[in-house]
Each structure stands twice: as C-alpha cells, then as structure tokens.
Write a protein that binds this ligand. Structure first.
Ligand SMILES: Nc1ncnc2c1ncn2[C@@H]1O[C@H](COP(=O)(O)OP(=O)(O)O)[C@@H](O)[C@H]1O
Ligand SMILES: CC(C)(COP(=O)(O)O)[C@@H](O)C(=O)NCCC(=O)O
Ligand SMILES: [K+]
Length: 268
C-alpha cells in the first residue's frame, strides 16, 4: 500500500514514497526538484519507482505547476489528491476568515506540528510554528488546537532581490549573520535573518500572552537550518513536518484502509 506524499512550494517540489499512508511509515524513496526541473521527474526521480497505491499532496505554486505535476504522474494510474485547508481536520481548527484561502502547506505543517508536539510532550501545548521557505510563515496555535492566525513575510531570497532591485548599491554576495555587521554583505544577510527572527519573537510574545504558558517552538522549511542559530529562543527543527502532516491526514482519511479493503476484495 505504498503512499506518495508531495509538497510543492514556490521554489521546490519535495516528494517522499512511503511503504504505507500512516505516521511512522518507512520512507522508501524521496527527492527534491526545483520547480524549473519538475518536467523530468517521470524520467528521473520517479522512473523505476514501484507504483504508489495512493497519493496526497499540498501545493501552493498555482494551477500551471499543478498541471505539470499531474503530467509527470501519468506514468502511474494513481489519482492525485491535494489537501485544501478546511475549517477543521486531524485535530486542528482553522481560525482563518476564509479557511480554504489558508495555504495548504501551512495547514498541513500545522497538523504535523500539533501531532509532533502531542507525541513528544504527551500533552497539548500552544505551538509557535515557523516555516522558512520562499516566504516565511509564523503560525500561532493554542493548546486546544485552534489556529489563531499567522504572519506572512518575505523569505531571504525575496528580501535580498527586493533590495537589489530597489537600490544601486546593494548588488553584493550574501554574507554572514553577525550582531554588528561592518560590510554590505553581512548587513544584508544579518538584516534579513533578524527581520525573520524578530517577527517570530513578536508572535511568540503574542501567543504567550494569549495562552498564559510558553509555546512549544517548532521550525520547518528548506531554509530552517539557516535560521535556527539566529532565533531569539530555542526551536526544534523538524524538516519532515509537512510530510508528517500528510501522513496524519492520509491515515485520518483512511487512505490505506480503503486500499486494503479493495486489495482484499480483489483477492476473493
Ligand atoms: N539546496 C538549496 N537550494 C536552494 N534553496 C535552498 C537550498 N537549501 C535551502 N534553501 C532555501 O530554502 C528555500 C526553499 O525552501 P523550500 O521549503 O523548498 O521552499 P518552498 O516550500 O517555498 O518551495 C530557498 O528559498 C532557500 O532559501
Ligand atoms: C504563504 C505561502 C506563499 C508560503 O508558500 P511557500 O513559501 O511555502 O512557497 C503559501 O502558504 C500561500 O500561497 N498561502 C496562501 C495565502 C495565505 O496563506 O494566506
Ligand atoms: K513550503
């Protein structure tokens, strides 16, 4: 009952093939492709893979990219299914004004984070979830699993490109993060990093005040490893969080059970 999980952001497509659609499932294969390269997946990363019995993904990169992913999946008969943020799923309650407008990656990552913290701590806690990708999102979840709201801010790359395009003197290589930058490169890299860390700290303060206890701080996303050392408080980096969320949702929706029943039916 192999299960293909796909996370398509605005920079990269990440995929993992699991032996079954449930938390704790063993990963059989995985890969990352920049969006510019996804039209080769059927001939490269996905060539020779065992046919997935089910698939679930989240995508925020628009309809054209979704269509191109579907084209690459034509080597299999498996139906693509994409998560859309709803008013509630897998223990999370969506506080967005219009729930379906919340980015599916944000929704899935929050579901992953809630299950991760419950498993780690044995009890529910408020969660501050930071996802560092093309954009950066900073989500506040209370101890009852209510998504209270979240910040959206530019990722490093967008911040630097915005400064380069808007000025004459900021076309320099990236530098180091330091407390007192003394050159343009270090100033840019430190400014972008502390802009993100500062926004996260403000949301941590909001959440602490709202819930009356320290939040569990979790980080994910391709640039998470870059941000971790500069944060104002300790975060746990969980790079697989979106995949953990997809596994939780797949199990909750009974993806494996349906296949199991179908498989048993076919044998008798
Ligand atoms: N090997 C890498 N190549 C490119 N970007 C990387 C790499 N490792 C980390 N990054 C950072 O991660 C970001 C992409 O992370 P990712 O979570 O895949 O973004 P998204 O989900 O928005 O596509 C890039 O903007 C970059 O800052
Ligand atoms: C905020 C995002 C762009 C983050 O995408 P990413 O950085 O992972 O590519 C994405 O979650 C999105 O398109 N959200 C829809 C708008 C919203 O969440 O309010
Ligand atoms: K992402």
């Amino acid at each position: 009952m192999s299960f293909l999980a796909i996370d398509v952001g605005n920079t990269r497509l990440k995929w993992t093939l699991y032996e079954r659609p449930a938390p704790g499932a063993q990963a059989l294969a995985r890969g990352v492709e920049f969006l510019e390269q996804i039209d080769r997946l059927a001939d490269t990363g996905w060539a020779g893979l065992p046919e997935p019995q089910s698939m679930l993904g989240c995508i925020v990169a628009g309809q054209a990219i979704r269509h191109r992913v579907h084209e690459q999946m034509e080597i299999w008969s498996v139906e693509p299914h994409w998560v859309v943020a709803s008013s509630a799923e897998a223990g999370l309650i969506n506080g967005y004004d219009y729930p379906a407008r919340l980015g599916a990656d944000r929704w899935v990552a929050m579901i992953g984070a809630r299950h991760h913290v419950l498993a780690r701590e044995g009890r529910a806690r408020p969660i501050l979830l930071v996802m560092v990708g093309t954009a950066v999102t900073v989500e506040a979840i209370d101890a009852e699993g209510r998504f209270l709201g979240g910040l959206i801010l530019p990722g490093h790359g967008i911040m630097l490109r915005a400064l380069e395009s808007g000025t004459a003197g900021l076309h320099v290589p990236t530098g180091e993060v330091c407390e007192f930058p003394t050159n343009t490169s270090d100033g840019l890299t430190s400014g972008g990093t502390y802009a993100i860390a500062g926004a996260c700290e403000r949301m941590a303060q909001h959440l602490r005040a709202r819930c009356g206890e320290e939040p569990a701080c979790v980080m994910t996303g391709g640039a998470g490893w870059k941000m971790l050392p500069s944060m104002a408080r300790p975060y746990e980096l969980v790079e697989s969080l979106i995949f953990d969320g997809l596994l939780v949702i797949a199990q909750a929706r009974g993806l494996g059970a349906a296949n199991g029943a179908a498989a048993r039916l076919l044998h008798f």
